[in-house]
Design a protein around this ligand. Sequence first.
Ligand SMILES: NC(=O)c1ccc[n+]([C@@H]2O[C@H](COP(=O)([O-])OP(=O)(O)OC[C@H]3O[C@@H](n4cnc5c(N)ncnc54)[C@H](OP(=O)(O)O)[C@@H]3O)[C@@H](O)[C@H]2O)c1
Length: 225
Amino acid sequence: MQHVIVAGSTGLVGSELIRQLKERSDVRVTALVRRPCGLSRPPSVTEKTFDFGSESAYAEIGTEAMPCDILLCAVGTTIRKAGSRAAFDAIDRGIPLRLAAALASNNPKAVFGFVSSIGADRPRGFYLQTKAAVEAGIAALGMPHVLARPSLLMGERSESRPMEEVMSHVLPSVFSLGDQLGLKRVLNRFRPIAAAQVAHALLHETLNRDVRGRVVIEGEDFYKP
Ligand SMILES: NC(=O)c1ccc[n+]([C@@H]2O[C@H](COP(=O)([O-])OP(=O)(O)OC[C@H]3O[C@@H](n4cnc5c(N)ncnc54)[C@H](OP(=O)(O)O)[C@@H]3O)[C@@H](O)[C@H]2O)c1
């Protein structure tokens, strides 16, 4: 039985992680949430209200009080929602790194799975620089980790994100044209991807494989059986 913690479990990717984990009988899942939202499904999924803003809240991660073999982090926001770059950074960089540092300290053999972004290896702009900083911070901790680097996420959101909606309508025809021009392999790296597929690939790499060092999932890796 593996103990899995999911942070960001109410989001597009996070809710898919929880949905797919519920179907497995070989895991015990703790879904960290900011406020109660009815995710618990005994015996496999337990929702835990967690104060992400409190330094002391992180101390239990990976201890007997909150066992963890695998921690999956799909936390994220937008600068518009956060209100400033500093607030965005505190969430998108601060939370994953606090989670990873606590886990590395309490259980160095545990695996950390992080939903990053395509382009984080060659960051241009504030968003990608934030993702790159998280990736570097996790690597510096020396723990085994899996980085999922998706392109535009596809799925039903309750909140409105106009730019994502426009792109999700425009991009399929652009990619289809590119495919016809023989650019399929090149374009796969940037192809919009269903949140469910991202969750599936991240679970496959972290739960079914022996992770050593760093594993990166991007482009066609997301579709490997
Ligand atoms: N959108 C894209 O096309 C895209 C593309 C590539 C990579 N990514 C990255 O993929 C990751 C997952 O994206 P997503 O679209 O699934 O995210 P999402 O739907 O926006 O969900 C974000 C999650 O983070 C949580 N969260 C937000 N602010 C928080 C805070 N201050 N403290 C604690 N938790 C907080 C949310 O919890 P609440 O429900 O409590 O708010 C939610 O569970 C993100 O890091 C994102 O940058 C996104």
